[in-house]
Design a protein around this ligand. Structure first.
Ligand code: ADP
Length: 543
């Protein structure tokens, strides 16, 4: 082979923040704060603070490869940690504060985190867990001197703003191999212990390029982007890197994520696009209905992490002129795998047909290969009907779990593809249609019932605000679907009407055997409906 003769420059995360500070110096980075007020800085100022933080980390003795943990909301300080930690070759380990304490203790030990940066919201939690956070030697409160706790049992607790004030704002980043680890994120461990996805500088940069290429113009330096997806979850969907790459104004919502707070923040900052899970957008829809308008400027919502029903998509598009992009991905994939990418002809379709397509999980991004396989691992055709477990491959997909050979062996096939645990079909023209998580499918007799299909239909029923389907044991069919419904405000709808409605939308064997009504659905640590909790709650439910 003849080798190409181009420069071999490493793809490093530090190059992104350098670029944003130079080319998009005055573009704003806005953040709601734990302390209360809205904080504003530019990319140039962000860079100076990132440099100060990186210098402070080095002065504290942080070495390349060290795992530095965060327990924090979406704020400018958390963003600064993303860049400063990876910039010096250390690993930013974001911990999900909504995990069970035992899970947090497990991952701190497993990752061997040496330092923990935390928002003061989490002070009581950190103080309580200190005894089981054995590897952590240094604690830093992410606040200024005025808001430091008066008393704490944390030894030598440091103050974030003091560290920055004492350090130099200039830095020449070290250069190293682009395959160096830069960030670590654990799955939420719905089955067994959480498992770590260890991202590299290269994978995070490539992921940013792929996302920008597939996100249909979502990122420009004129379009403010709001991540509702937490910076502590799934690599923040790659957004911190993408906005630096594109110079997009970045608006972070801090700790208050209810519909009213999001609405106000979006409106005052002119947010153009929001990224988050469907539950958050249902909250925003409620708020929009209450106020009779949308946040001025809001044009695009990217929803992912669980399915958004075509009925909800239609409400956003028809009633509010908000364009929905539906994405699918996993922590293990950096995390985006596919996004809605309509052809010109599909864009022209009448609303109902268009939202049906947008209810699918998108088309794969460049860089993420997909195959569906049967129980024996044989690839199935992409014909829109053949189902199988979805496997993926690409430079932004894990090649194994961090320090976990058993989980790695269980997840990878013999050809090196990663098994997602999702069951899917893929259409001839490349649309991914997620049938279900393997463990959420309802195995009724010889047939599989997709909980997603039934939920999507139920959410379309007038009077139903939200719905979830779980399998419950059945003496004859092994499992049958139970529908759990949250009614819309003031709705009087009952079980018989919902089942009758579903009878017109689903095949007879797919219609749930029973409906129960609840005030609210239990959510997981990442804001998705917790099927595990629902299954436990209705374990004794008799059909
Ligand atoms: P967690 O396990 O904490 O939810 P992930 O975000 O990594 O963490 O979860 C990935 C899983 O979420 C996928 O394997 C899939 O089952 C589900 N998922 C993600 N996006 C979608 C979507 N658009 N529609 C349906 N399910 C989705």
């Amino acid at each position: 082979m003849l080798k190409g003769q181009m420069m071999d420059r490493p793809l490093l995360v530090s190059s992104l923040i350098d670029f944003a500070a130079e080319v998009h110096a005055t573009v704003p980075v806005v953040s709601a704060t734990v302390e209360g007020p809205i904080h504003r800085q530019t990319y140039a100022e962000t860079h100076a603070r990132v440099a100060r933080l990186a210098n402070a980390l080095t002065a504290m003795g942080v070495k390349p490869g060290d795992r530095i943990a965060t327990l924090a909301w979406n704020t400018h300080r958390h963003l600064e940690l993303y860049f400063a930690i990876s910039g010096i070759g250390a690993v930013c380990h974001t911990i999900n504060p909504r995990l069970f304490p035992e899970q947090m203790a497990y991952i701190v030990r497993h990752a061997e985190d040496t330092t923990l940066f935390f928002d003061t919201t989490f002070l009581p939690l950190v103080e309580k867990l200190r005894a089981v956070f054995e590897p952590i030697r240094t604690y830093v409160a992410m606040t200024d001197r005025a808001h430091m706790p008066a008393e704490t049992n944390l030894p030598g607790l440091l103050c974030y703003e003091d560290l920055l004030a004492a350090a130099s704002p200039s830095i020449v980043w070290p250069e190293f191999d682009e395959n160096t680890a830069c960030a670590l994120c654990y799955t939420s461990g719905t089955t067994g212990d959480p498992k770590g996805a260890l991202y590299s500088h290269r994978s995070n940069l490539l992921h940013s390029f792929y996302v920008v290429a597939s996100a249909q113009g979502a990122f420009t330096s004129a379009r403010p982007v709001l991540p509702v997806v937490p910076l502590f979850h799934a690599n923040a969907w790659g957004l911190p890197f993408v906005v630096a790459l594109t110079g997009s104004p970045f608006v972070m919502p801090g700790p208050r994520l209810d519909g009213a707070n999001l609405f106000d923040l979006m409106e005052t900052t002119g947010v153009w696009g929001g990224w988050g899970v469907p539950t958050v957008w249902l909250g925003l829809l409620d708020e929009m209905a209450k106020r009779g308008r949308k946040p001025a400027g809001l044009s695009r919502i990217l929803t992912g992490g669980s399915a958004m029903s075509p009925a909800t998509i239609a409400t956003f598009e028809r009633d509010w002129n908000v364009d929905i992009i539906h994405g699918w991905g996993m922590t293990e994939m950096s995390p985006v795998g596919s996004l809605t990418q309509l052809s010109a002809a599909e864009e022209q379709l009448p609303l109902e047909e268009r939202v049906a397509i947008k209810g699918r999980q998108g088309r794969r991004m460049y860089g993420v290969e997909m195959k569906i396989v049967d129980a024996d691992g044989r690839p199935q055709p992409h014909d829109g009907t053949s189902q199988g477990e979805l496997f993926v491959r690409g430079a932004t997909v894990i090649s194994g779990y961090y320090a976990n050979p058993a989980a790695t062996a269980a997840a990878m096939d013999k050809d090196g593809w990663f098994g997602t645990g999702d069951v899917a079909t893929i259409t001839e023209d490349g649309w991914l249609v997620l049938v279900d998580r393997t463990k959420d499918l309802v195995k009724s007799g010889g047939e599989w019932i997709s909980s997603i299909d039934v939920e999507n239909a139920a959410i379309g029923c007038p009077g139903v605000a939200n719905a979830a389907v779980i399998a419950v044991p059945h003496p004859k069919w092994n499992e049958r679907p139970l529908l759990v419904v949250v009614k819309a405000k003031d709705a009087t709808i009952g079980k018989a009407e919902i089942l009758a409605y579903l009878g017109t939308r689903l095949a007879r064997w797919q219609v749930p055997d029973d409906v129960v009504f609840v005030e609210a659905l239990p959510l997981t640590a990442t804001g998705k409906i917790s099927k595990k909790d629902l299954r436990a709650l209705y374990a004794d439910h008799r059909l």
